[in-house]
Design a protein around this ligand. Sequence first.
Ligand code: TXA
Ligand code: MG
Length: 334
Amino acid sequence: MAIRDGHSSDAIQEAARVLRAGGLAAFPTETVYGLGADASSDEAVAGIFAAKGRPSNHPLIVHVAAGAKGTEALSRFAQPLPPFAQKLVQAFWPGPLTLIVTRQPGVAAAAAGGQDTIGLRCPAHPVAQALLVACAEQGVPGIAGPSANRFGRVSPTTAEHVRQEFGDDLLVIDGGPCDVGIESTIVDCSRGQPVLLRPGAITRMQIEAACGETLRDRNELAVPDPRASGTLEAHYAPAAKLRLMDAKALQTGLDVLGPNAAHIAVWSRSPLKSRSQRVLLRRMPDDAAAVAQQLFAILRAFDDEGAKLIWVETPPAGPEWEGVHDRLRRAAAA
Ligand code: TXA
Ligand code: MG
């Protein structure tokens, strides 16, 4: 009942009305589902912090429509972008890239967690775009939208995941399973040079190629980091304890536990064997994009199946794996 098909224009209009009235509605993007509220209303945004249980000084990402409405929204929320940030907009919007830019004073203060910067993203998902356009037409130019999960938990990649987090009272617009599966790449463009705050599907090399500058790492800079919950060491955590190991260590662990192994779920690229029927063995795909797409859904499924331990084979090195490594490392740190 709370889940509505995002391909119906009635559902889009209903969600836009709810958002305009200051309520919350969850929506699909190509990365993960977002928990939306009118970014210009501090009161509406307070509803997000309350629902998520997230500290209200943690800034949110504001989603804007593509095209002319998006350009209007950019100048409403942000001060003029530096040239390298404009190049990133040109290259990757709409798409899974969030830019941190200098905020226009006096707008979206609560959404920005009170900082003088603001995170902006123009998602590519057609249902998200339909919703953002409908909102813009009703005078709501930006939708603040953190991932639609409770604070510290795994991000949702289906409408059903969102329902499991927040129950039936929340309106969830269903756009199917998310294609990318991990949250957007975040580049801070407010410090004169681009800084990678969160790796994602758009890689470091793609960003450098598009903007012609060297991408810095957050720890290279002397200035203190803005608060970013997606960058807390322990984040994106399943309920089960997650460990990363190589294939050899995984097989040794399974051999040692033998037929008595229980409540263990394994996600590995290599074929492994267990003498226990109570060990869940799942194969990890070979390519990074497919692993990212499945990652959060697999962690949730393992939790649902009662796993107490999740053992994951450490993925290969390489730039396209950076986002997956980041999420797995954080899940393991919880
Ligand atoms: O893919 C995504 O980005 C998803 C979808 C829904 O768009 N959203 C998402 O939002 O992941 P959230 O709130 O779960 O993560 C946003 C991250 C947080 O780590 C937040 O602190 C950081 O972006 N962030 C937002 N505004 C910021 C700012 N002004 N300065 C620094 N970090 C900021
Ligand atoms: Mg999140």
